[in-house]
Design a protein around this ligand. Structure first.
Ligand code: HEC
Ligand code: HEC
Ligand code: HEC
Length: 409
């Protein structure tokens, strides 16, 4: 064992010597097996519904832009029912996720869309019906879901909601000033994320230190080859993800850990396993404070970034959102009670503890949630699409210091 360890350490020295001589030694990667559970099944406790008829980041299948059916004018509908539907959070998020709707607006409405409190005074029944049914017929850049075309509401339900909107003729008033999205202060994270009493994710660092020394099926541990991780990996994670020609895609820390562990120690630490999360938190933790420096040079990386950018414009799910709709067009506004952050600064704290879920989420799980929350089937964590997005997204935080594990709502 000792002898073996010595041999591997010599390999590393050799690698260093080779690197110094201008020839570099690559980290071993398993290139064959999927890096996440396959076939992929959704996490326990997440909605188990599937949305197979709508676009995902991988498949084009949403119905085309719809023309609304002809309806009578003025529209006959039940405004009371319409109000219930508008305020029902289980139906597509409720209109107050994005709109203030008069004095009866429930607490914590969002303001991604315009205030509709007076819409009954200046919009025709027909306009309201058509805009709700499919706003893209009137505004190709709309970021509002096509409620009718995508079947979120029936024609009769849309009529009820129109009837409710026709009653909206009074400016909003708020019982609590903080319910007014224009007044609500922007949340600021002030907890000390590296304090183990504040951040339960700090446990992962301790867990990883043990895993690091555990011998895998091939008789080696990480420690066999990298004796002093704090020194060896003092900056490494800040350069991730990076384009990996052997896989023809960007490789993030989590997928690196899976593929490198399998190739060196024989351990199967699939993405999203407890071991993978712990070691990924640890490797980033070791590089904390290092400015993120994702490298976008080279044809492979450039192509990956272009794909990533395009994917972030892609409308997906029953609610028909692209990443840019919420994090660029709608950024720095409220969607319901949640402040929508912009891209820069979104990633340096990942993986992060989520106080609302009591678990550590890596970036891929966050992206999966941003899919499922808009009723789009998520992809497996090792999907090339997430890798492409991650490469671009993390590069937008270049220069910001790594700060892991984070702590967020
Ligand atoms: C995710 C945010 C979002 C949600 C949820 C949402 N809207 Fe909108 N809505 C918008 C935005 C943004 C606009 C303005 C421009 C656009 O279409 O992108 C808009 C515009 C409108 C307009 C046109 C206003 C005008 O005078 O031009 C109406 C009517 C409307 N929304 C009704 C609704 C109703 C009813 C619901 C609930 C069923 C709803 N919206 C839910 C974001 C949203
Ligand atoms: C058999 C020896 C061996 C084992 C075991 C091993 N590694 Fe490595 N590792 C290497 C070599 C060789 C490289 C490439 C040269 C370098 O960067 O040191 C490398 C590189 C790395 C890198 C930097 C990657 C890069 O692109 O520069 C990290 C991080 C890493 N290893 C982590 C781990 C972890 C975590 C484990 C345990 C799961 C582990 N290693 C197990 C040999 C090993
Ligand atoms: C319907 C709106 C919506 C869409 C579309 C959406 N997100 Fe989000 N996203 C949110 C909300 C709400 C949060 C939590 C509040 C925040 O941190 O911005 C969030 C958080 C995030 C975070 C964590 C930010 C942090 O600081 O912790 C990342 C990263 C992210 N989203 C990436 C994406 C990507 C990539 C896409 C496209 C695949 C996407 N989101 C699509 C609403 C959205």
């Amino acid at each position: 064992m000792k002898l073996k360890a010595l041999v591997y350490r010599s390999c590393i020295l050799l690698a260093a010597a080779m690197a110094a001589a201008g020839c570099t030694k690559e980290a071993q990667l398993d290139l064959k097996a999927p890096a996440s559970a396959s076939p992929w099944t959704r996490y326990a406790g997440w909605p188990d519904r599937r949305w197979d008829e709508f676009n995902t980041l991988a498949v084009d299948q949403s119905p085309p832009i719809g023309t609304s059916p002809k309806v009578e004018s003025p529209i006959e509908g039940d405004p009371t029912k319409g109000m219930e539907l508008s305020f029902d959070r289980s139906r597509g998020g409720g209109c107050m996720a994005c709109h203030v709707m008069g004095p009866q607006t429930p607490e914590q409405p969002g303001n991604v869309g315009p205030d509709l409190s007076m819409v009954g005074t200046y919009r025709s029944d027909e306009f309201l019906f058509n805009y709700m049914y499919d706003p893209r017929t009137q505004n190709t850049r709309s970021i509002m879901p096509p409620w009718g075309t995508h079947g979120s509401f029936t024609v009769d339900e849309i009529k009820d909601i129109v009837a409710f909107m026709k009653t909206l003729t009074q400016p909003a008033t708020f019982k609590d000033p903080l319910d007014d999205p224009a007044q609500r202060p922007v949340p600021k994270e002030t907890r000390d994320n590296l304090d183990e009493f504040e951040n339960p994710a700090m446990d992962a660092v301790e867990r990883a230190k043990k895993l690091y020394k555990e011998t895998g099926p091939d008789g080696k541990s990480c420690d066999s080859c990298h004796e002093d991780p704090a020194k060896a990996f003092a900056t490494w994670a800040a350069s991730m993800p990076k384009y990996e020609p052997r896989l023809k895609k960007a490789l993030g820390v989590e997928e690196f850990v899976t593929r490198h562990a399998l190739a060196t120690t024989g351990s199967s630490w699939l993405m999203q396993s407890e071991e993978n999360l712990a070691v990924s938190v640890y490797l980033r933790y070791l590089a904390n404070g290092t400015p993120i420096q994702v490298n976008l040079e080279g044809a492979g990386a450039k192509e990956a970034v272009e794909r990533g950018k395009a994917l972030m414009q892609r409308k997906i799910g029953q609610l028909n959102f692209a990443c840019v709709d919420c994090h660029q067009v709608g950024a720095n506004r409220w969607i319901r009670g949640q402040w929508l952050g912009e891209y820069r600064g979104q990633t340096p704290h990942f993986p992060t503890w989520r106080t609302s879920r009591h678990e550590i989420w890596d970036l891929r799980k966050r992206m999966q949630w941003c899919n499922v929350a808009i009723r789009a089937n998520e992809l497996p964590p090792d999907a090339q699409q997430y890798a492409d997005i991650e490469l671009y997204l993390v590069s937008l935080s270049n220069g910001l210091p790594l700060d892991v594990p984070g702590i967020r709502h």
